[in-house]
Design a protein around this ligand. Sequence first.
Ligand code: ADP
Ligand code: 5GP
Length: 205
Amino acid sequence: MRGKLFVVSGPSGVGKNTLLNAIIDSCKTVQYSVSATSRPIRPGEVDGKSYYFVSRARFEELIANDALLEYAEYVGNYYGTPLQPIREAIENGVDVVMDVEVVGALKIKKRLPDDAVLVFVTAPSFDVIRKRLVHRGDVAPGLMEERLERARWECSQAVNYDYIVVNDDLTRASEDLRAIMLAEKCKTMERIHLIKEELSCSTPQ
Ligand code: ADP
Ligand code: 5GP
């Protein structure tokens, strides 16, 4: 079977990274898609693990070489998904979780409609999002309003997603995300090959 792409979006500070780390910790077979970005590295981030940190010129080369599944500009920086690891994962039946903003997520759904599942993460209120972002403490004060403005627009796009997870309590929100992933893997399209000939029967009289 092909691997699935679980594409997670949501306002900056809502808890996407925290949630995805919880999923990866509890399910070792799921692969995290490491994105490329032209934004500067933050304290605590690791090149090649958090992101591939590249210059704008290098990012534009990746675009020109068709090396990205999708890319978008977000608050002045490029972000994009390297195509090759995604191709390999899908073909090898490995499920992938990815943290992608709204424009990129919709591009993925358009390009790979049968493989991609879009999950929008939100919080109980906008005030909670603001507080989490301030508490995380790694967004420059000058960029905070821009991120919050973008967050408002992103929430208006949640209607285009397959699922919504409210990250109020982290444990419960991770359970919701895990349940979505499990349900997607149990869909008829994923499992019909398990119905062998001897199990199917002719129409009852
Ligand atoms: P994102 O990846 O969406 O930008 P993060 O995962 O970095 O967000 O989380 C932003 C901040 O919110 C972090 O300090 C994180 O510890 C905190 N956080 C995440 N989920 C919760 C939650 N359910 N309750 C309280 N704080 C949370
Ligand atoms: P941050 O700078 O906080 O790490 O991420 C900013 C935004 O970029 C987040 O909304 C995140 O979802 C998004 N993002 C991260 N990787 C990618 C990617 O590969 N493609 C796109 N389109 N967005 C991404």
